[in-house]
Design a protein around this ligand. Structure first.
Ligand SMILES: [Zn+2]
Length: 323
């Protein structure tokens, strides 16, 4: 796996070499280590520093992180994602879809159920085996980038919460552009660093998730990335309630508790959640109802202002790009 960028290198997006501190001392709730966010003064791209070396990644991705952390919103989330993609195709269209970083495979299985032909990439071998048994072509990311997939180009490639995790998102976007049909769709979702919630909560923002998130995108920097990869933005949304509402709730709690993400871990990791100070647990559960109400209003208004917490950019291959 290639190494992520470091500040002594030029910016992977614009080639400038002028990094400034964007946020200092952001705490990782899993390792207890602190990381800085650095911003390229030329194009605005924000990276995590120091980025973990590829060999160290397992330390930051314990098993409880890799389980399906959104079980509570799973079915609804998958149907919403399917609708978000399908609306960019003619009514009734079914084609070839590649889901990059398919997670548990729930979205891929839903699209297959709807009649699409699926291929997936994922790091988890058990998931790959399961997807193969369902008739999908399933590969590890490095193998897919090197060898591609059999058959024709894809009608759609989706990258939901992937680009912020990979060491070279531009290379992945370029590869995607090259493997899309001429009227194909690339749909990427990332946390929105230009959102109201990111600005309000600063280093307490849940969706910074350092150092697992190596990059922190805004609409401006994600647009620059897809354009440099040979695609053009066709549509952008900044709302995904299942991420945004809890982003506000947990980030507000992070500002009041001694440990970050106490409630998040209780809701997602269940029995394997680490011990937390009693005061943090009490504060989290007590304030949950009022914070949920506040978050609902905040997210609705942020969405209307295009400043929601989750950025989904739908892109098409640029027409001047040779096919
Ligand atoms: Zn730059």
């Amino acid at each position: 796996m290639p190494a992520p960028p470091t500040p002594d290198q030029s910016c992977p997006l614009c080639d400038a070499k002028d990094w400034r501190t964007h946020l200092a001392g952001v705490l990782d709730y899993i390792s207890g280590e602190r990381f800085d966010l650095l911003r390229c003064e030329s194009c605005g791209l924000v990276i995590t520093h120091p980025a973990p070396a590829p060999a160290e990644l397992d330390r930051y991705y314990p098993p409880r992180y890799r389980t399906d952390r959104q079980k509570q919103t799973g079915g609804w989330r998958v149907r919403r994602r399917a609708a978000m993609l399908q609306r960019h195709f003619p009514r009734g269209f079914r084609g070839r879809l590649l889901d990059l970083g398919c997670g548990t495979g729930a979205f891929a299985l839903e699209m297959q159920r709807r009649g699409w032909t699926l291929a997936v990439t994922e790091l988890n071998d058990a998931v790959l085996e399961e997807m193969r048994s369902r008739g999908m072509e399933a590969k590890r990311p490095d193998e897919a980038l090197r060898d591609g997939f059999s058959g024709e180009r894809f009608d759609a490639i989706t990258a939901w919460h992937v680009l912020e995790h990979v060491p070279q998102p531009l290379a992945l976007a370029k590869w995607s552009a090259e493997h899309l049909s001429s009227d194909g769709v690339f749909q990427a979702t990332v946390p929105n660093l230009a959102s109201w919630q990111a600005n309000r909560f600063g280093r307490h923002w849940l969706h910074l998730d350092v150092p697992r998130h190596l990059f922190h995108f805004t609409p401006v920097t994600l647009r620059a990335l897809v354009e440099r990869a040979g695609m053009r933005e066709a549509a952008t949304s900044t709302v995904a309630l299942e991420y945004d509402v809890f982003g506000v709730v947990q980030s507000a709690l992070n500002g009041m508790c001694s440990r970050p993400n106490v409630l998040f871990e209780r809701l997602t990791a269940r029995g394997s959640a680490p011990e937390a100070p009693r005061r943090d647990v009490i504060v989290s559960w007590t304030l949950l109802p009022v914070l949920l109400a506040f978050a609902g209003v905040e997210c609705a208004l942020a969405g209307l202002a295009h400043r929601g917490g989750t950025l989904t950019m739908t892109c098409r291959v640029a027409s001047n790009k040779p096919q």
